[in-house]
Design a protein around this ligand. Structure first.
Ligand code: AMP
Length: 390
C-alpha cells in the first residue's frame, strides 16, 4: 500500500511516498520557492536526484507537478496506487487530541486555529486543499505536531498568566515536533524493552525542542504557545523575559511584531554568534577560538541541560536521553557537552560511540541513564497514522 506523507510550508512542499506497512521510501522530494519564477523541484527517485527550475505559481500547480512527476519517473504507474495522503499540520490546539480524517469540517477547524499558528497553519491548509483537489477520492489525514503533547497535565501546560487568557484565547503551552518526539521515544522504549521508561528526547534541528515522556506519553515539552519558547535554536531566542519586547521596541522605534520577528529570525545561534544559524559554523567558530561562537554553544548546552535536569525531577528519574534531528544526529560536540553537563544524573558518555552516526547507544554499558542517537522519521510516523485511520 502506497502512502504519501506531505509537509506544506508557506512557499515549499515536501513529500515522501512510502510503501506501508514495510515503511520503505519509494521516492521523496521538495518544491521550493513556490510563487516565484525560479521555483525548484527536487525529486529523489531510483537513487537519482532530479532537479528542475521553473515558474510555479501556487501550491495547486506544485501538487500537479509532483503528481505528474510520480508517474513520469515511474514511482507509480497510476494515481490509483496512492491509497492515502497524510498531511503534517503544525497546530491542532485542544481540538485535535488525535490525527483526523480530513473533511470540510476538519479543514474549518484547522482554519479556526490560524491565530495560534499564523505562520504555519494557513500554509498547511493550502497543501491540504491542493491535494484534495488533485486526489479527490483518496483518504487524506491531518497529523498534528501538537497531539502527542495533549497528554500533558494542567500544571505542565498552563502558563501562570491570567486564567481568562486561556479561557478566551487558548493561551497555554501546546508544544510541537510531536511526531518526532513520539517516533523517537517509541523507538527508545523498544530498545530499552520498557514501555514505561522515562525518556527525554532532544529534537535538535533548525527548530529545537525537548520532551519528557513517561509510559509512552508526553508529560512536558519545551515549546509553548508557539515554537519560540524553550531552548534557543538556529535563529530563535527560546525563553526570554517578555519585558525585552517593550524595551527594544522603545529603543529601536519598532513595533512588538518587528521585535518578535527578530526573536524568531535573528536570535539563537545566529544572534549570539553573529556568524550563522548552522551548528556546523558554530562548532567551526568554537574550534577557531571565536568568543561569540563559543558563547552560543555554551548557552545552548546550558539551556538544554537545564531542561534535562528539570524533567529528571518532574518525572522522578530518567532511563534515557535521546538525541535526534539535524544537530542531535550529527553534532557530536553538542551531545558530548550536554551529556557532560548532566553527568550528575548518572549518565556517562562513551566518547568513541558518540563520534559515530546512526542509531546507537552513546553511553557506556554501566551508565545508569542511557543515551542514544535515534534518527527521527516524521514521514513514517505520518504514514503510520494514515494506515491507522484508513
Ligand atoms: P533539521 O532542521 O533537523 O534539518 O536540522 C538542520 C540543522 O542540522 C542544520 O541547520 C545544521 O545546524 C545541523 N546539521 C546538519 N548536518 C550537520 C552536521 N553534519 N554537523 C553538525 N550539524 C549539522
Amino acid at each position: 500500500m502506497k502512502i504519501l506523507a506531505v509537509n506544506a510550508g508557506s512557499s515549499s512542499l515536501k513529500f515522501q511516498l512510502l510503501t506501508m506497512p514495510q515503511e520503505t521510501v519509494i521516492t521523496s522530494g521538495i518544491v521550493e520557492r513556490i510563487g516565484s519564477d525560479y521555483a525548484a523541484f527536487i525529486l529523489k527517485v531510483n537513487g537519482e536526484k532530479i532537479t528542475m527550475t521553473q515558474p510555479i505559481l501556487n501550491h495547486k500547480d506544485a501538487v500537479s507537478l509532483v503528481v505528474d512527476a510520480l508517474i513520469k519517473y515511474k514511482a507509480i504507474d497510476s494515481l490509483s496506487e496512492i491509497v492515502g495522503v497524510g498531511h503534517r499540520v503544525v497546530q491542532g490546539g485542544e481540538l485535535f487530541k488525535e490525527s483526523a480524517i480530513i473533511t470540510d469540517e476538519v479543514v474549518e477547524q484547522i482554519r479556526s486555529l490560524n491565530d495560534l499558528a499564523p505562520l504555519h497553519n494557513p500554509a498547511n491548509i493550502t497543501g491540504i486543499e491542493a491535494f484534495r483537489k488533485a486526489l479527490p477520492n483518496v483518504i487524506q489525514v491531518a497529523v498534528f505536531d501538537t497531539t502527542f503533547h495533549q497528554t500533558m497535565s494542567e500544571d505542565a501546560f498552563m502558563y501562570a498568566s491570567p486564567y481568562e487568557w486561556y479561557k478566551k484565547y487558548g493561551v497555554r503551552k501546546y508544544g510541537f515536533h510531536g511526531t518526532s518526539h513520539q517516533y523517537v521515544s517509541e523507538r527508545a522504549a523498544k530498545i530499552l524493552n520498557n514501555p514505561h521508561a522515562k525518556i527525554i528526547v532532544a529534537h535538535l534541528g533548525n527548530g529545537a525542542s525537548l520532551c519528557a515522556i513517561k509510559d509512552g506519553k508526553s508529560v512536558d515539552t519545551s515549546m509553548g504557545l508557539t515554537p519560540l519558547e524553550g531552548i534557543p535554536m538556529g535563529t530563535r531566542s527560546g525563553n526570554i523575559d517578555p519585558a525585552v519586547l517593550m524595551l527594544i521596541a522603545a529603543k529601536e522605534n519598532k513595533t512588538y511584531g518587528e521585535v518578535l520577528d527578530e526573536l524568531n529570525k535573528k536570535s539563537g545561534y545566529l544572534g549570539v554568534s553573529g556568524i550563522s544559524n548552522d551548528s556546523r559554523d558554530i562548532i567551526d567558530g568554537m574550534n577557531r577560538g571565536d568568543h561569540r561562537a563559543t558563547l552560543a554553544h555554551k548557552i545552548q548546552v546550558k539551556r538544554i541541560a537545564d531542561y534535562i535536569g528539570s524533567y529528571y525531577v518532574y518525572m522522578g528519574g530518567l532511563d534515557a536521553i535521546c538525541f535526534t534531528a539535524g544537530i542531535g544526529e550529527n553534532a557530536s560536540e553538542i551531545r558530548r557537552d550536554v551529556l557532560e553537563a548532566v553527568k550528575v544524573l548518572g549518565v556517562t558518555v562513551d566518547p568513541v560511540e558518540n563520534e559515530k552516526r546512526g542509531e546507537r547507544m552513546i553511553s557506556t554499558k554501566d551508565s545508569l541513564v542511557k543515551a542514544f542517537i535515534i534518527p527521527t522519521n516524521e514521514e513514517v510516523m505520518i504514514a503510520r497514522e494514515v494506515v491507522k485511520l484508513k
